[in-house]
Design a protein around this ligand. Structure first.
Ligand SMILES: Cc1cc2nc3c(=O)[nH]c(=O)nc-3n(C[C@H](O)[C@H](O)[C@H](O)COP(=O)(O)OP(=O)(O)OC[C@H]3O[C@@H](n4cnc5c(N)ncnc54)[C@H](O)[C@@H]3O)c2cc1C
Length: 343
């Protein structure tokens, strides 16, 4: 058990495997607590291979209540505080807007019933929040306390902060949990599903497809979610007139992008505003969300090895709070019964 683990003064090394959003927050949190941390990432700093690169970056604990367990809301709210405290560039805390076309009214009403902490907004409010959507929607829900980050920009900032906290990051270095030193925090994401000795049982991949488009014809300042019968579709504004349009959610471990999915995503964007029809397609892609059967994250403790995985569609939303819980366990033996499993 953990109490046998050391305090920082004993300088027991901490090895974190995987520099995606889960590993980045784990490494930073332990380094700041005084542990000597080394973060291993098999990719180069562009991190093309991980799931985090393809995240929308929404920090939306209330919107996610529609389909997620209460633990996601609890940990998501704590993470929101931790993201705020970090004061990163490319992080905004100006809420999310949910809108629906007339044909999707029933889904919209259901969404309102399943979620908390929103205000009903009409056409004038929508125009005040997002002037370029003036006249396009009659009803919406505004979740004022939510936020969003730009994954491809905040990950390098977190890695840089790890270095400032005296942590070390080694890119281009594959590491397996059984080879590593000291306390090992395994954040390999979906790659952990098919390791040889170090594979994580029950981990599956849930495909998410997305497209990044660019246009100067329309401005949005916050994520806009659109009711859709099959997927929770959204448009997240990014720097340089870019927009992330996502995402499908398919029980498949095939990483390809289908024509049908692109048609649906781009049609949804066009239906939010026709100016998106003239947007330039910058990048199309897909990634596998690492998930367990219950779609809840898991901190799995087995001696000095701790697996942090199954962040599913909530990696950015949950990673800071999961890192805080892992540290609380290592430092004080604190157990969170909802997400921790001890072998
Ligand atoms: C389309 C899409 C949209 C999404 N939108 C959101 C969103 O808006 N908000 C949100 O909160 N979440 C979102 N998610 C979910 C989020 O992206 C994931 O939950 C998250 O990225 C998982 O992070 P991770 O660090 O566990 O895994 P990863 O990002 O995959 O990181 C694991 C890292 O480990 C490295 N690695 C693997 N094996 C080894 C090894 N042996 N040695 C060294 N390194 C290794 C990999 O190279 C990789 O970089 C979205 C996901 C998708 C696909």
């Amino acid at each position: 058990m953990l109490r046998n683990f050391s305090t920082p003064s004993d300088t027991i090394p901490v090895t974190v495997i995987g520099a995606g959003i889960a590993g980045a927050w784990q490494a930073l949190t332990f380094a700041r607590a005084g542990y000597p941390v080394t973060l291993f990432e098999r990719d180069d700093p562009t991190m093309l291979g991980g799931t985090s690169r393809w995240a929308g970056g929404m920090l939306a604990p209330y919107c996610e209540q529609e389909a997620a367990e209460p633990a996601v809301t609890r940990l998501g709210l704590r993470s929101l505080e931790l993201w705020r405290e970090e004061k990163l560039d490319d992080a905004a805390f100006n809420g999310s807007l949910v809108v629906a076309h007339a044909r999707d009214r029933a889904d919209f009403k259901r969404f309102g019933r399943m979620t908390e902490n929103h205000a009903a907004v009409g056409a004038e409010d929508i125009a005040a929040l997002e002037p370029d959507l003036a006249g396009r929607f009659h009803d919406g829900l505004f979740f004022a306390e939510e936020g969003h980050v730009e994954p491809r920009r905040v990950l390098p900032q977190l890695h840089a902060r790890l270095a400032q906290a005296n942590g070390e990051i080694r890119f281009g270095t594959e590491c397996e949990p059984h080879d590593a030193q000291g306390i090992v925090i395994d954040c390999r994401g979906f790659a952990a599903a098919d390791g040889d000795d170090g594979s994580v049982d029950g981990l599956r991949g849930v495909k998410g497809e997305a497209v990044i488009i660019e246009t100067g014809e329309i401005k949005l300042t916050r994520p806009v979610r659109v009711m859709h019968p099959r997927w929770p579709l959204y448009i997240v504004p990014r720097a340089a007139n870019q927009f992330f349009v996502g995402a499908t959610s398919i029980e498949s471990e095939d990483g390809g992008v289908t024509v049908r999915s692109m048609l649906e995503l781009l049609t949804a964007a066009y239906a939010v505003h026709p100016a998106f029809a003239e947007a330039r397609i910058v990048e199309i892609g897909a990634a596998l969300r690492p998930a367990f059967a219950d779609n809840l994250p898991r901190i799995a403790i087995e001696g000095r090895r701790i697996g942090v995985n199954g962040l599913y569609r909530h990696g950015f939303l949950l990673a800071p709070a999961l890192a805080e819980l892992t540290l609380a366990y290592v430092a004080r033996g604190a157990i969170d019964n909802e997400v921790m499993r001890c072998a």
